[in-house]
Design a protein around this ligand. Structure first.
Ligand code: APR
Length: 233
């Protein structure tokens, strides 16, 4: 029998137990920084150094953190399901845990691109970039991150993935930011839907999610046991 399709939509809570702050929890990143100063195209025009420093700091943090149990179980599930991760996270912890199909909706910290020629994208790992670091055509490099007010090109790839899911898992996201949050409406009625988050998250009326009110690691342990029973795997 062919493997069932399991689609995971993850957010910042997925990486919280690895030591990366979420955005909207108390003490979250958006309490420490103003979005308009570090995560918009206008901020990059007004004060590019501040924006580059913000992302340099976050990129460097990747050297100090490890995937957690939640990431690891999602990677292990590839042995039993056809797993597609769709993440709002810009860290690389899903990949480092071993997930092979990861779509980043909001970009990737380990990549930068030309601010004038968006097709020129470079892997830089966890190295910093500075004012004066240029693409091969001479334009300033910028983080390969989707800022507020920018389009989310990967959403077009994400929609058909969600609509074909047999099992859909939403984990560690407050579902505040669109278009990512709107993806859940594309899950079919017959698809089994799970939501893992230690805090209440609002889902559209009538959508039948089984809620596991746990952190990512514990919640994934519980879901793994449940899937093993339900799918006899
Ligand atoms: N395990 C699982 N979930 C957790 C944990 C944990 N240990 N700790 C917190 N959470 C949950 C919170 O309860 C919340 O619902 O993670 C969610 C984090 O929500 P946000 O901080 O809003 O993060 P996210 O939904 O990923 O934000 C979406 O907003 O700022 C932008 O581009 C940024 O990708 C980000 C987008």
């Amino acid at each position: 029998m062919s493997k069932k399709r399991l689609v995971v939509l993850s957010g910042a809570g997925m990486s919280a137990e690895s030591g990366i702050s979420t955005f909207r929890d108390s003490g979250g990143l958006w309490e420490q920084y103003r979005i308009e100063e570090v995560a918009t195209p206008e901020a990059f025009i007004e004060n590019p150094k501040r924006v580059l420093d913000f992302y340099n700091h976050r990129r460097k943090q990747l050297d100090e953190v490890e995937p957690n149990r939640g990431h690891q179980i999602i990677a292990e599930l590839e042995q039993r399901f056809k797993v597609q991760v769709i993440t709002q996270n810009v860290d690389n912890l899903h990949e480092r845990a071993g997930s092979t199909q990861v779509l980043h909706l909001h970009g990737e910290l380990t990549k930068v691109r030309s601010s004038k020629h968006p097709e020129l994208i470079y892997d830089i790992g966890t190295k910093p970039i500075h004012l004066g670091d240029l693409c091969e055509k001479g334009a300033q490099l910028r983080p390969h991150i989707v800022w507020f007010g920018e389009s989310v090109p990967a959403i077009d790839q994400a929609v058909p993935l969600v609509s074909k899911a047999d099992i859909f898992l939403v984990i560690g996201t407050s579902l505040n930011v669109y278009p990512a949050a709107g993806l859940i409406r594309f899950a079919q009625t017959k698809c089994s839907k799970y939501l893992i988050d230690p805090h209440p998250v609002e889902v559209p009326f009538g959508m039948n999610f089984t809620v596991i009110s746990k952190s990512a690691g514990e919640g994934m342990e519980q879901l793994f046991e449940r899937l093993k029973k339900d799918y006899c795997i």
